[in-house]
Design a protein around this ligand. Structure first.
Ligand code: FCB
Length: 459
């Protein structure tokens, strides 16, 4: 039981009084993803995903952790929704597990669909807007067995999936995001093997990216047709780079880092072409692109979700690429990631300047991991409060420079399965004890709650 008698206030976030962040028109939310929280991987007809396979392969995930139980959200979702309601945020970003709602013939699984229907109806009843991601990395394993994202066939499977869920959940979703962070799926999954499916071939990665983006563009039309009242967009992770020295070669290395992390995804989506400089970095790794693909990929979007976490220092590798270098003495999180909110503001202003048709932006993920412990019913996480505060100020800065930003989602509602890092890295504003499944609010959660209470409600 909680013995916590600490006091929390909105002022702890240090948001200036004249900031748009105080307006109820600016959306606040928290985010999660299916594989990271649900557990219940064998229940109600769910079929294996690439993350089940990958996490069960020795040496792939820290401490051999898997998503088998995770936060047991599949059973505890009513309690988790109460936490979101108590937090007072307007929106919740979640993802649907494709392997739960369709079987190994890509036919509907009614029990899996019923789970999300209950969840989405409960959110609606509470007045919490659902921001739903179709693909947050849990590809059905049977599709990977046929080549996964490297096989163009996946686009048609994904289209069927998008069609099914948008018909089933029509009217319950405020915004659909087709994909979460295609860069991670393609690069970490197929080039360097740090994520499922663990393949290591650059050509696979560029082809996988092309099919991911094509699946996105194909789904956009389907989502619009089936659920015309919902917004449709995509979520991209973006990275900021700094050169180790002012030398032109190192500056170019930093530029190429951002081309690889950001433009590889955003250029096809917003300009209908891959950035030419990407092939300077990766000569000969161009994907096979068929006529009409890029038009499909560049379908207009209602919003762009941006996930931002950190900055990376790089130098030239002496050839045509970059290598990451150590930056001693900077502030870092439990992930080892540098805390650098200015990077978020700079990137947002840059996208605003670079893309003529940049859609409205939501920060769909931002947050940090720390080694949080429950002591006397309380979790003291001042570094997270400061992290959120400083990144909100970066968002405020970008908005004051004309960038159209509509909302901010904290990653994450709960501590959860942090992919290759398992359960050791804690991103939640609510702590999870994985032995008992007890949820304990962290101080950061209480401060966000105080901020939400202090904001005027919409009239
Ligand atoms: C992002 C992922 C999300 C979470 C955070 C920390 O890359 O989208 O699932 O793991 O990083």
């Amino acid at each position: 039981m909680s013995t916590n008698s600490a006091k929390y206030s909105a002022e702890q976030l240090e948001i200036p009084k004249d900031s748009r962040l105080w307006s109820p028109d600016f959306l606040f939310g928290t985010a999660t993803a299916s594989y990271q929280i649900e557990g219940a991987i064998h229940e109600d007809g769910r079929i294996p995903s690439i993350w089940d396979t990958y996490s069960n392969t020795p040496g792939m995930v820290l401490n051999g952790d898997t998503g088998e139980f995770a936060c047991d959200h599949y059973h505890r979702w009513p309690q988790d929704l109460e936490i979101i309601e108590e937090l007072g945020v307007q929106a919740y970003r979640l993802s649907i597990a494709w392997p739960r709602v369709m079987d190994a013939k890509n036919q509907p699984n009614p029990k899996g669909l019923a789970f999300y229907k209950r969840l989405l109806e409960a959110l609606k009843a509470k007045g919490i807007q659902a921001y739903v991601t179709l693909y947050h990395w849990d590809l059905p394993q049977w599709i990977e067995d046929r080549g996964g994202w490297t096989n163009r066939e996946v686009v048609y499977h994904f289209a069927e999936y998008a069609d099914l869920v948008s018909r089933e959940f029509k009217g319950l979703v405020t915004a659909w995001a087709t994909l979460n962070e295609p860069w991670c799926s393609a690069f970490l999954g197929y080039a360097v093997g740090r994520h499922a499916p663990g393949r290591q071939n650059l050509r696979y990665a560029t082809q996988a990216m092309h099919h991911l983006l094509l699946a996105h563009g194909t789904a956009v039309a389907i989502l619009r047709r089936n659920d015309p009242g919902a917004q449709v967009g995509i979520v991209a992770n973006v990275g900021a780079a700094v050169a180790e020295t002012p030398s032109p070669r190192d500056q170019d290395a930093a530029y190429l880092f951002e081309v690889q992390h950001n433009d590889w995804v955003l250029d096809p989506l917003l300009k209908g072409s891959y950035p030419a400089d990407l092939w300077r970095l990766w000569p000969g790794a161009e994907p096979l692109v068929l006529e009409g693909d890029l038009q499909t990929i560049a379908a207009p979007l209602d919003f762009l979700g941006i996930n931002y976490y950190f900055r990376t220092q790089v130098k030239s590798d002496g050839r045509h690429g970059f290598i990451e270098t150590d930056m001693p003495g900077v502030e870092r999180t439990q992930m080892g990631w540098e805390v650098y909110p200015q990077g978020l503001a700079r990137l947002l202003k840059g996208f605003h300047a670079n893309y003529r048709n940049l859609p409205p932006i939501y920060i769909t993920e931002n947050g940090m991991a720390s080694d949080d412990k429950v002591v006397d019913g309380r979790v003291t996480d001042p570094s997270r409060i400061s992290f959120i505060s400083r990144h909100l100020l970066a968002v405020d800065d970008a908005m004051r420079h004309g960038v159209d930003i509509r909302g901010y989602f904290i990653w994450s509602l709960l501590d959860n399965f942090e992919w290759a890092y398992g359960y050791e890295r804690r991103f939640g504003i609510v702590h999870v004890d994985y032995d008992t499944q007890a949820r304990t609010w962290k101080d950061s959660g209480r401060v966000v709650q105080a901020f939400m209470k202090a904001r005027p409600s919409r009239t």
